[in-house]
Design a protein around this ligand. Structure first.
Ligand SMILES: NC(=O)c1ccc[n+]([C@@H]2O[C@H](COP(=O)([O-])OP(=O)(O)OC[C@H]3O[C@@H](n4cnc5c(N)ncnc54)[C@H](O)[C@@H]3O)[C@@H](O)[C@H]2O)c1
Length: 444
């Protein structure tokens, strides 16, 4: 164990937390409906660390393992209100029906609640999401003006709902691939580009800018560049606002970041990893467009490189053939099937294979991540942790990290990082798993 640092000052989560969702599609409605079902005692928050996980404190012999919720001050579920933007005018009830994720047992009893969440007009441009069109869209004289309208929405929601604090999560479609360039390099260039309607400024960036300007923590659940730019990082630090991203780590990539550390831990080589998916929801339709898929592909491909370090282990990982495919297949709806064929090799180079067939439910896996992120981003804000929240990389496929740092992708290192950050926040010892103090030779 590493000795405790001083407990940080964390403002208590008094009053109401407002959750602003960009996009009111499958993930967002599964999340809000889930929270409401849990609040009414109709279902359990399975998959949520903040609701279910414990955290060990001190030595194994001390027997201290409180729930995370009882250890760190988190917002109470009964004190959470929701708002959303979407270019499609369906309220959360209608959208949940269209998404087809939840059964009527989880929708009908809370129909009034879901109908009360009506999407605000979105900042949306089809140039960035080719397969969607929407009618519930803002107009303005330029991108800066649109972003100012979002700021006004944020203030109005806060006032109308009597919220004390807010958090924003991007649960909207994956935008086309944009490479970070000059306009993202500094806040000054970024704000000028908003006024010039520069095509390198995507709608997701305008939401992120508006959130940070209003002092609202912002998490990005899609692989879009969005808040992952020097310009918005500069703004977040200046305004003291936490930011995090990118791309919820839910299905195939979650498995990949568990299986690939196993190869590395045992020094087994890898020659190929072929991942393919069939998916029939609106997300699948959007990702059927090559430009949106490119954004997703970049996010999914990076993890093996970071975990396996081919430059350090060229004989094991120097020649991996890594392929990721997503195929839009409507009959499956949100129930994705992800196949992985993994070709690896062992002692003296003898080849072996692992096949994974993951029949998952995309939004069922994503919803608890949205929930945890809202609570933990709010905690970070109350603890004065501004800028990139690398400790939340546990939730992301393509985690943001400080410039020059290699992101951590191994799920269990990410989990350790998250829990150690909570211990650090509360002035508890770090857990290193050394454990020599339990043995005679150390006591002698
Ligand atoms: N479900 C998962 O397992 C998972 C995992 C990782 C990432 N994601 C990402 O999460 C996002 C949401 O996934 P989903 O399954 O809910 O998709 P979805 O298509 O059901 O919902 C996305 C919603 O965003 C709206 N939207 C698009 N552009 C917008 C804009 N500019 N402003 C406001 N709303 C906008 C769309 O109209 C749609 O209703 C996608 O980007 C997806 O790639 C999902």
């Amino acid at each position: 164990m590493v000795s405790a640092s001083k407990q940080r000052d964390v403002t208590p989560p008094d009053g109401k937390l407002g959750v602003l969702l960009v996009g009111l599609g499958a993930v967002a409605t599964t999340y809000v409906a889930g929270v409401e079902n849990v609040r009414r005692g109709l279902a359990k928050p399975i998959g949520s660390l903040t609701e279910l996980s414990t955290i060990r404190l001190g030595k194994r012999t001390e027997g201290r393992s409180p729930r995370i919720r009882d250890f760190v001050p988190l917002a109470d579920l009964d004190n959470v209100a929701f708002a959303a933007w979407d270019p499609i005018p369906d309220d959360a009830y209608q959208s949940a029906l269209v998404a087809g994720v939840l059964e009527s047992t989880h929708i009908e009893p809370i129909a009034d609640f879901l109908k009360s969440i009506k999407p605000l007009p979105a900042v949306f441009d089809q140039a960035y999401v080719k397969r969607l069109s929407g009618t519930n869209v803002k107009t303005g004289k330029n991108k800066r003006d649109l972003a100012e309208q979002l700021r006004q929405d944020i203030r109005s929601f806060k006032e109308q709902q009597g919220c004390d604090r807010l958090v924003m999560v991007w649960c909207a479609s994956t935008e086309v691939f944009i490479k970070a360039g000059k306009v993202h390099a500094s806040l000054k260039a970024f704000e000028k580009a908003m006024e010039d309607d520069d095509p390198a400024i995507a709608p997701s960036m305008l939401y992120a800018w508006a959130a940070i300007m209003e002092g609202v923590p912002f998490a990005n659940g899609a692989p879009n560049l969005c808040v992952d730019t020097p310009a918005l990082q500069e703004l977040a630090e200046a305004k003291g606002v936490p930011i995090a991203g990118k791309d919820f780590k839910t299905g195939q990539t979650m498995v990949k970041t568990v299986v690939s550390p196993m190869f590395k831990a045992r020094m087994l080589g890898l020659s190929g990893w072929y991942s393919t998916n069939i998916l029939g929801n609106r997300d699948g339709e959007v990702l059927d467009d090559p430009e949106s898929f490119k954004t997703k592909e970049e996010s999914k491909l990076g993890v093996l490189e970071h975990i396996l370090q081919p430059s350090v282990y060229p004989e094991l990982y120097g020649a991996i053939y890594h392929k990721v495919r997503i195929n839009y297949y409507p009959p499956r709806g949100d129930n994705k099937e992800g196949w992985d064929n993994i070709d690896f090799f062992g002692w003296l180079g003898y080849p072996m294979q692992i096949k994974v067939d993951f029949l998952c439910r995309d939004s069922i896996l994503a919803a608890p991540l949205v929930h945890d992120l809202t609570l933990l981003m709010d905690l970070a804000q109350r603890a004065g942790m501004a800028g990139i929240q690398e400790w939340l990389s546990f939730y992301f496929k393509s985690p943001m990290a400080a410039p020059g740092l290699t992101p951590e992708n191994d799920l269990f290192i990410q989990q350790t990082k998250l829990k150690n950050t909570l211990r650090w926040l509360m002035g508890e010892d770090q857990i290193t798993h050394l454990g020599v103090e339990y043995y005679e030779y150390q006591r002698a």
